[in-house]
Design a protein around this ligand. Structure first.
Ligand SMILES: *[C@@H]1O[C@H](CO)[C@@H](O)[C@H](O)[C@H]1NC(C)=O
Ligand SMILES: *[C@@H]1O[C@H](CO)[C@@H](O)[C@H](O)[C@H]1NC(C)=O
Ligand SMILES: *[C@@H]1O[C@H](CO)[C@@H](O)[C@H](O)[C@H]1NC(C)=O
Ligand SMILES: *[C@@H]1O[C@H](CO)[C@@H](O)[C@H](O)[C@H]1NC(C)=O
Ligand SMILES: *[C@@H]1O[C@H](CO)[C@@H](O)[C@H](O)[C@H]1NC(C)=O
Ligand SMILES: *[C@@H]1O[C@H](CO)[C@@H](O)[C@H](O)[C@H]1NC(C)=O
Ligand SMILES: *[C@@H]1O[C@H](CO)[C@@H](O)[C@H](O)[C@H]1NC(C)=O
Ligand SMILES: *[C@@H]1O[C@H](CO)[C@@H](O)[C@H](O)[C@H]1NC(C)=O
Ligand SMILES: CC(=O)N[C@H]1CO[C@H](CO)[C@@H](O)[C@@H]1O
Length: 548
């Protein structure tokens, strides 16, 4: 009984956080055009918000959009990305812009693809019932196809990865020649630079005319491990497309071998002034466990499970000796998500020796992680308005809240607690933080594409500043974008010039989508128990892999 209460609390908590994110009360008609037939009318507000949160990914698309473009103010862009690279056929065209900027950061992009895939694997029935199944699969494929461009996915011996396109500060150094297509950077930084670049300029992606340098890395188990997770998870989503799924698995295995190469064990962002300030990775053992867990689900090869449950992995990732920071699931820290995935293996497959003891440990720690999200346990601070501060009291907190809501919701589904709806709790500003959702939402989102009108004028690098600095609302509604969110005192200002309130991110929306689909009741309650195991027929004990 005590146990059950705990699960109910967790479920309530998940409801609570998500209500804060999307705001209540919400009375809104769904006015977006439907792109696939919805078998049932949208059954709840989570579904209405889900529909919008997915559209944010459409707004972030880079490359040639084709006929499928759902965003009237977006067009083709970034068609020259990677065009100077001789080893990538057709360049690095495609993928997603990261946030309010026009950069493509492959680390959080891969994480976003993994999250969207995870949510589809668990909740396919809900996506179907909400008429979003084909849409979310298209979005996942858009990301996965791009990730496949960033390394030689057919080679078992990968020696480099393109790790991002267009960091903020361009530089001119020694042998590095800047022209208007692409450059390879050799290092250095010039914060505060006035060189036209993605940071200095405020332009629609369609009008960018500054250099978009490509970063390359020859190390980085974190980046490679996340890419392996993304491709492996996507292969499960596309199991019905045998050729594509096989291609994804091959890529995932090959990039994971790169991640495991003892000669390449350094954080991908290490010492890189174009990455560290933005998407610094603080470690890679979490990605080892996460990548191995996804590869296990994708391939059914138990050597990946042996690796994921290897005691050395647990030790190096500090899985069983966590700080509160390590309990916060994010684009940087996969540990809580990875441990929940392993918990799923233990709960549903009960594989016995030699996995059982470690899987139980993962479950025990996962339980503690879930408890840490409860207000009464006082592990994290909470705002007076009722939001858990998972970002150590720093701003831009919402994405961590959405992620935790997803984990709690999936865990509750795993345990199949009896579903009692959570407390109602209004957020103090009574605003929705998801653009276009509800009647009150941010109108000055920090986003280049949304803030500049599509008026047949090409605003130059500095020409865009007048739109950045204008006090008028954005001409384009970047529907579904979840902004960075309120400060710990629940203070929020709808101003474009302060991205710590109003900038949305790809990774943030990925967690939001996942949380929303888990909470909607359209298509029935609970996870899809079996799909994830379709590639995992039996578990044979193997000899343990070499120590990590
Ligand atoms: C820009 O640089 C790339 C790579 O060095 C080169 O292939 C290309 O020809 C250059 N373009 C111009 C316009 O100079
Ligand atoms: C990719 O790897 C394959 C197999 O090792 C190799 O044949 C091919 O030349 C590589 N492609 C590039 C562009 O390096
Ligand atoms: C990036 O993470 C590493 C490892 O945690 C840390 O030592 C470094 O200071 C971080 N860099 C920045 C710019 O935060
Ligand atoms: C499982 O994966 C390991 C490590 O990649 C590999 O050595 C082994 O051949 C694979 N086993 C099967 C049955 O594919
Ligand atoms: C747990 O972590 C703390 C600090 O992170 C460290 O001082 C302690 O020795 C660790 N304990 C174990 C058993 O590893
Ligand atoms: C997990 O927790 C349960 C209940 O507290 C306990 O009985 C069990 O020994 C723990 N298992 C491991 C492997 O720590
Ligand atoms: C909670 O807030 C206090 C006071 O601001 C701060 O010292 C502490 O580090 C915070 N704890 C967490 C887990 O963020
Ligand atoms: C954004 O708002 C916060 C909180 O009011 C403030 O501390 C910060 O300086 C602002 N940043 C900018 C760029 O205006
Ligand atoms: C909330 C929830 O998911 N409840 C389910 C628990 O499992 C039973 C039996 O499978 C279902 O009938 C409930 O709907």
């Amino acid at each position: 009984m005590r146990q059950q209460n705990k699960y109910l609390c967790i479920l309530k908590w998940a409801f609570l956080s998500i209500l804060i994110v999307i705001g209540l009360p919400i009375t809104e008609a769904n006015s977006e055009p439907k792109h696939e037939p919805s078998p049932h009318p949208l059954p709840d507000n989570y579904a209405a918000a889900l529909h919008k949160a997915l559209l944010f990914f459409d707004a972030q698309k880079s490359g040639k959009l084709g006929k499928n473009n759902r965003i009237p103010w977006r067009g083709d862009s970034g068609l020259q990305d990677g065009s100077g690279l001789t080893d990538v056929n057709g360049g690095l065209v495609g993928g997603y812009y990261d946030a309010g900027d026009n950069a493509k950061f492959h680390f959080p992009m891969a994480y976003s693809v993994t999250m969207l895939s995870w949510s589809v694997i668990e909740y396919k029935h809900k996506y179907r019932a909400n008429g979003e199944y084909n849409h979310v699969r298209d979005l996942i494929k858009w990301g996965a196809d791009y990730l496949l461009l960033t390394f030689n996915s057919s080679s078992p011996k990968i020696n480099q990865i393109y790790s991002q396109v267009c960091p903020y500060f361009t530089i001119i150094l020694n042998q590095c020649i800047v022209n208007n297509t692409n450059i390879r950077l050799v290092g250095g930084s010039r914060p505060g630079s006035t060189t036209p670049d993605d940071h200095f300029c405020w332009q629609r992606p369609e009008d960018m005319d500054y250099p978009r340098p490509v970063q390359t890395t020859t190390f980085g188990p974190d980046l490679a491990g996340e890419m392996a997770a993304a491709l492996a998870a996507t292969s499960i989503v596309f199991r019905d497309n045998h050729a594509y799924s096989k291609k994804l698995i091959k890529g995932a295995k090959n990039i994971f071998a790169f991640a495991r190469d003892p000669g390449r064990r350094a954080r991908y962002s290490r010492g890189n002034p174009f990455i560290e300030p933005y998407y610094n990775s603080t470690g890679y053992y979490d990605e080892y466990i996460w990548g191995a867990a996804w590869l296990f689900y994708a391939t059914g090869n138990s050597s990946y499970l042996s690796l994921a449950t290897n005691p050395g992995m647990a030790k190096n990732s500090r899985a069983f000796n966590m700080t509160s920071d390590l309990r916060v699931f994010s684009w940087d820290n996969k540990l809580p998500g990875a441990m929940l995935l392993l918990t799923r293996v233990g709960l549903f497959l009960k594989p016995g020796y030699p996995y059982e003891a470690m899987l139980n440990m993962h479950h025990n720690i996962t339980r503690l992680t879930m408890c840490s999200y409860l207000r009464s346990n006082k592990v994290f601070n909470w705002t007076r308005g009722g939001m858990v501060e998972l970002n150590r009291g720093r701003p831009q907190n919402l994405q961590y809240v959405a992620n935790a809501a997803f984990l709690a919701s999936v865990y509750a589904d795993y345990l199949n607690a009896t579903g009692i709806p959570g407390w109602f709790c209004a957020n103090p500003l009574k605003t929705s933080y998801v653009v276009g959702y509800g009647t009150k939402f941010p109108r000055h989102v920090h986003h280049r594409g949304a803030s500049i009108p599509r008026d047949k004028t090409r605003y130059s690098c500095r020409g865009g500043w007048r739109w950045r600095d204008a006090s008028t609302p954005n001409p384009n509604i970047v529907t579904g974008a979840m902004v960075a969110g309120p400060y710990p005192a629940d203070e929020f200002k709808d101003v474009r010039t302060n991205q710590t309130y109003t900038e949305p991110t790809l990774a943030g929306n990925a967690g939001l989508v996942a949380a929303l689909v888990s909470l909607t009741t359209g298509g029935g309650v609970g996870v899809d128990k079996n799909s994830i195991f379709a590639g995992v027929p039996l578990l044979y004990p193997t000899s343990p892999p070499p120590p990590p």
